[in-house]
Write a protein that binds this ligand. Structure first.
Ligand code: ZN
Length: 107
């Protein structure tokens, strides 16, 4: 992802550490932003424990992991996993390059 877009996400959301590379195309900016907006619903101080630890394209699909520095109750962990799943599913129908509607193709 273009460094300007990564900076925009990094400046807007606490989940993206300075050293996290976002290894996917610009077309997925909007769905990553939607994920971060969703995660902003988590109350403090819990929100501050959560960092996205890996964001990359793998076999045409977004691959996202997160880490937490404190134990999360099931309700919060389920919420985060659900939000990530929605994002991963969305990546199957959105073109990684241009952000238009797309489909997963085997190449
Ligand atoms: Zn496209």
């Amino acid at each position: 992802m273009h460094s300007d877009k990564v900076k925009l996400l990094r400046d807007s959301y606490p989940f993206i550490a300075d050293d996290l590379a976002i290894d996917c195309g610009d077309g997925w900016f909007d769905i990553l932003k939607a994920l971060c907006d969703n995660l902003m619903k988590i109350r403090q101080p819990v929100r501050s424990y959560i960092k996205l630890s890996l964001i990359k394209q793998k076999q045409g699909i977004l691959c996202i992991y997160y880490s937490t520095k404190e134990y999360l109750v099931d309700e919060i962990a389920d919420f985060i996993n659900g939000a990530i799943n929605i994002t991963v599913e969305a990546s199957k129908t959105v073109c990684e390059k241009c952000g238009q509607r797309g489909e997963l193709k085997k190449v």
